[in-house]
Design a protein around this ligand. Structure first.
Ligand SMILES: [Zn+2]
Length: 164
């Protein structure tokens, strides 16, 4: 190694070629949560969603239903939460069309609709994307159903689809 610059081989990473572009948006701009058990104690929500079940947690002590699912009851602070399946059907309480200024990675989907949905039979109002109808055709009170969809990186999330 005569002539080598001292430390040149041990200085850690060499600059090398640039890394390939990441398919995921930067962490702080990523709208979808990290889902596996190493990242969240709520990973069961995503496992069940992948199987078509919309779940949340309920506190067995005071019966309070949480949305989003929680690991601790916000009322009595119990950590013994139980999982319950939610109805998928609901009606649109409010909606808005995104016509410009879409979040990073969603520019190609403009225009799209987001809204608040009152689930049937439970006192929960969920925010989410609404698909199936153009924004001009959406109406307050219209029926929708929650469905899972897969993100390009393999994660899963829910959205609402309008009834035909
Ligand atoms: Zn509780």
């Amino acid at each position: 190694m005569a002539g080598a610059t001292p430390g040149a081989q041990s200085a850690g990473r060499s600059p090398g070629p640039p890394e390939p572009p990441n398919e995921r948006p930067p962490f702080l701009l990523d709208f979808f949560p990290l889902e596996d058990a190493t990242q969240t104690r709520l990973s069961r929500f995503f496992d069940e969603l992948r199987l078509g079940r919309l779940m949340t947690t309920r506190c067995p002590k005071d019966q309070s239903l949480s949305w989003p699912p929680r690991v601790v009851c916000p009322s009595c602070h119990s950590e013994e939460m139980e999982w319950v399946e939610l109805p998928k059907g609901g009606s649109v309480y409010a909606f808005s069309a995104v016509l410009a200024g879409a979040p990073l990675g969603m520019e190609s989907e403009v225009p799209f609709v987001v809204g608040l949905v009152d689930l049937d039979g439970v006192p929960l109002r969920l925010f989410g994307r609404i698909v199936g109808k153009s924004w001009e055709a959406c109406r307050l009170g219209m029926s929708v159903a929650a469905e899972p969809f897969e993100l390009p990186d393999g994660r899963v999330f829910y959205r609402f689809r309008t009834e035909p």
